[in-house]
Design a protein around this ligand. Sequence first.
Ligand code: PMV
Length: 322
Amino acid sequence: MKATAIANSNIAFVKYWGKKDESLNIPFNPSISMTLDEKISTKTTVEFSEKYESDILILNNEKLSDNKLIRVSNFLDMIRKKSGCIYHAKVISKNTFPTGCGIASSASGFAALAAAAARASGLNLKDEELSKLARMGSGSAARSVYGGFAIWDNESATQIKDETFWPELTDIIAITDDQQKKISSREAMKITVKTSKKYRERLQKVDEKTSLMKQSILAKDFPNMAKLIMSESDNLHECMHDSVPEIEYLNENSYRIKELINEMNKEKPIAAYTFDAGPNAHIITLKKHSSKIKKELLKIFGLRLIESKIGKGIRYTEEHMI
Ligand code: PMV
């Protein structure tokens, strides 16, 4: 009973921030994302077997016994309950992107784990069911089940368009800091929901923003989409700044990148910056502008760049790691 799945990470254009239901990861607002390519992905093999006396987790060649193992074990319990499988599991998981480079791995990680574990336990789930399951591990993972563009509201995500719809789009990830984040998104969300007045205002406007974002994607209207992406990222970080205690994920280079992109957009928007719960920038642009933007970004001291195209959803392989 063994299966291997690969899932790519995604970058949110409208961000998930705040849980209506803490234990079930039900979001306060809908979110929209673009799935990234295989450069930013996780490959996971899961084997359920009577030979294991407890769950084992090996992540990027390191055997883990801390909170990460507990989180994975709880996730596997859910799958055991659903499938009737009674065995413990060995989970081997590898990210394609450098460990500790500051790129979030929970979206690709839990999407790949959900798919591999479900299949290894004998469950045959449709994408929507898989998305629900992935969501239980990490909210943003619900969207990584699909290629192209996905929208997540409530229990599961659905696809807006697949990866062939707008292949000219690209994401230049500018790594400004490769350290672990100081505060997890899970904790930071709770603080924002509890203390930020701006967050309450955000919630009143976010449905409309989501529908405008979806329309701009469907119309392939880059200038409008870029404006929406940047104002959404700014709004989220304003809500974090408005929280008590104040939450600041961005660093000096993040602010420099924002200035640079604003400068480059003076005549018309050619790129959009967006930041998740960390200081690394995602610059969404069209391939024709990519080399010019990379050249300018590299003038900022100490940046490392990784470029990702629009990517595929979950896929399976027989190349198991166990
Ligand atoms: O998947 P989580 O629970 O780590 O939350 C991710 C939240 C953001 O990355 C900031 C936004 C998003 O929608 O991906």
